[in-house]
Ligand binder design. Structure first.
Ligand code: UD1
Ligand code: MG
Length: 464
């Protein structure tokens, strides 16, 4: 059976009071519309059609970049005359058979299983509605059933509903699945004779009834799946609910979160056994954390792989960006450390406070414990890199590499002007600025010789 997906995303989102289109506001670090597109991509539909209007250019560009491999197409709705009018715009690109699943772009947490179940409930010949009972149904379209309660007769929008209908707590969530050919027919019959002067998609229900097509209802597993976002407050509330759910899933797997209410995953976080995560940590992109890792408070970790037994002290920032960052087993990072893209740390490495590592490989047991910079460097095993030392990797035009062998001691406050190589077992005297290679096994010092002037007199304040 061929499946088409239509996602409505043309509305303005007035209550967001933002210059950005509503569907691009983010939940868990991704635009709301991206969530709906990637979830429904799992249904292997023939096509996914997004209806755009407000901020169409920006919405389409953002989604094309994010989903270059999906069969996404965009249809513009200009002006926006209601949800029925929105789907009417897709009619020319919809086939004449199969099923169409319609969703809202501002309801980001719908799950694939729920959407799939709705398509199955439609079964190719029924109109299936996703409904839910809400204690406060204000604003939603009400599901009107016959006296037996078995048959769905219509959806009545809040503004058009009678007092008796407003008392109904079963509401339409904005998701439906319909046989495409019939849907097209019903769409052609919509009118805007209602309280809002809009073409309501929800009127297809009474049209289906009139045609003798069965209307069935299914429910989501969890209310959070159908919560829409209309304001910054609702955006933040949905974000928290989503984060709480992710935290609960990780804790069920054994991860110990100091406080699930102060924890954010914006992407995927995979954890081994006996992982402890203190408060206010943010995980972005793809992060993998090995067994027995301890992460201190206020760490931000993005696109990184953390080996078993690693201790990450508070206020550490690890950002692998597109290159990734790796921390080897048993390493100790932080507090206040910064690992940037391409930081590849071997096992048992120590990176201390105010140390920045970028595009550098560090061998087993290498240490840079205080106030240092390692950029574009290859650092051997057991190297001790002193406080205040830096690799001068940039000549104003190009980046150059620094190579440091095994068992090297770099004193404090050294400048290694790249390209440069420091041989195995070399010692660099503190305060040296090296512009040439330092040979293996030797002490290299490159600084002014110390002098002491005997009999020197400190100037005295002139008395007036
Ligand atoms: C709609 C339903 C209502 C349901 C509720 C669930 C209708 C008439 N009503 O109401 O029964 O309870 O959703 O959240 O469908 N959009 C367009 N073009 C338009 C208008 C809207 O693309 O011309 C898009 C919006 O961007 C949004 C979605 O359609 O993603 C829903 O629109 P919205 O105005 O929020 O509909 P509701 O009044 O909430
Ligand atoms: Mg709405």
């Amino acid at each position: 059976m061929s499946l088409s997906i239509v996602i409505m995303a043309a509305g303005k989102g007035t209550r967001m009071k933002s210059a950005h289109p509503k569907v691009l506001h983010k939940i868990a670090g991704r635009p709301m519309l991206s969530h709906v597109i990637s979830t429904t991509a799992g249904l292997s539909a023939q096509q996914q059609i997004v209806i755009t209007g407000h901020g169409a250019e920006q919405v389409e560009t953002t989604m094309r970049q994010a989903f270059s491999s999906l069969p996404l197409s965009f249809v513009r709705q200009e002006p926006q005359l209601g949800t029925g009018h929105a789907v009417q715009q897709a009619v020319p690109v919809l086939p004449n058979e199969g099923t169409t699943l319609i969703l809202n772009g501002d309801t980001p947490l719908i799950e694939a299983a729920t959407a799939r179940a709705l398509v199955e409930a439609s079964g190719g010949d029924k109109l299936a509605l996703l409904t839910i009972h809400l204690p406060d149904p204000t604003g939603y379209g009400r599901i009107v059933r016959d006296a037996s309660g078995q048959k769905v007769l219509a959806i009545v929008e809040h503004k058009d509903a009678t007092e008796a209908q407003r008392a109904i707590t079963e509401v339409y969530t904005g998701v439906m699945a319909a046989p495409t050919a019939q849907l097209k027919h019903w769409l052609s019959k919509l009118t805007n004779q209602n309280a809002q002067g809009e073409y309501y998609l929800t009127d297809v229900v009474s049209l289906a009834q009139a045609d003798g097509v069965a209307v069935v209802a299914a429910q989501p597993r969890d209310e959070v799946e159908v919560l829409g976002v209309n304001s910054p407050l609702q955006l933040a509330e949905l974000e928290r609910r989503h984060q709480r759910a992710q935290a609960a899933r990780l804790m069920e797997q054994g991860v110990r979160l100091a406080d699930p209410a102060r924890f954010d995953v914006r992407g995927t976080l995979q954890c081994g056994q006996d992982v402890d995560i203190d408060v206010n940590c943010v995980f972005e992109g793809t992060v993998t954390v090995g067994d027995r890792v301890q992460i201190g408070a206020n760490c931000v970790i993005r696109n990184a792989t953390i080996g078993a037994g690693v201790v990450i002290q508070p206020f550490t920032h690890i950002d692998g960006d597109t290159l990734g960052a790796t921390v080897g087993e048993g390493s100790i990072i932080g507090p206040f450390a910064r690992l940037r893209p391409g930081a590849q740390l071997g096992p048992e490495v120590h990176i201390g406070n105010f140390v920045e590592v970028k595009n550098s490989t560090l061998g087993r047991g290498a240490k840079a414990n205080h106030l240092a910079y390692l950029g574009d460097a290859t650092v051997g095993e057991r190297v001790n890199y002193g406080a205040g030392s830096i690799t001068a990797n940039y000549d104003g035009a190009n980046k150059h590499r620094t190579v440091i062998g095994n068992d090297v001691q770099v004193g404090s406050n050294c400048v290694l002007v790249a390209p440069i190589t420091v041989g195995d077992g070399a010692t660099i005297g503190g305060g040296s600025t090296l512009g040439k290679d330092a040979p293996a096994g030797q002490l290299t010092v490159a600084r002014a010789k110390q002098v002491s002037l005997a009999g020197w007199q400190r100037p005295e304040k002139i008395k007036r």
